[in-house]
Design a protein around this ligand. Sequence first.
Ligand SMILES: O=c1ccn([C@@H]2O[C@H](COP(=O)(O)O)[C@@H](O)[C@H]2O)c(=O)[nH]1
Length: 224
Amino acid sequence: MSNPVYLALDLPTLDTAKALATKVKSHVGGLKLGLEFFCAHGSHGVHEIAQVGLPIFLDLKLHDIPNTVAGAMQAIHVLEPAIVTVHASGGRAMMEDAKAAAAEGTKVVAVTMLTSLDERDLLRTGVSGSAHDQVMRLAELAEASGLDGIVCSGQEVGAVHRQWKKGFFVVPGLRPAGSATGDQKRVVTPRQARDDGASVLVIGRPISRADDPVQAARDIEATL
Ligand SMILES: O=c1ccn([C@@H]2O[C@H](COP(=O)(O)O)[C@@H](O)[C@H]2O)c(=O)[nH]1
């Protein structure tokens, strides 16, 4: 089985991101480039990181009208991402058009409820009910829209996996036992998420901010 860990390269410079990716490349399965990276380094940065030789996950969390999201999906064909994210709350037409515009071979997955939110935060956005119900509702919408899968926390992935057997599930908000949670609120260990059906484990700071990132990546790999 290939390594499910995608390292989130949320780092201040392209050089530090590329150096870290190169150092840990034998202990992770892919590299995740998010908003911080893409706003700072754009397509040029993605090409640079792709030289490391691992699959690229472009975590752009697209959220706009269908025509605009479809245009963005087309614009990134050239970057050949393995995975791209859109927000499920963008609605069915947007997700359908995003999938239709994606390059063949690129998995399009929908962000359901950010792992930095809990149910009190959800209520403040006008949505009452549990995180579980919100994730299940948006997972159903993503599946009906023809997407490949969703992004959710490890606290919901087991339930979503039981309902959507062939779905592709990306799980961030992962923390090895005892490590700092930071801004993440719905957290589980990498092993727990994998056992519950996660396809991809997104891990950033527990590796990138560790005193010894290679050892941290190795330690996580050993738990899986
Ligand atoms: O719900 C979500 C969606 C995406 N993310 C992204 O994952 C990483 C997590 O980084 P850590 O340092 O391991 O907390 C980060 O790039 C987020 O943008 C998420 O955390 N939650």
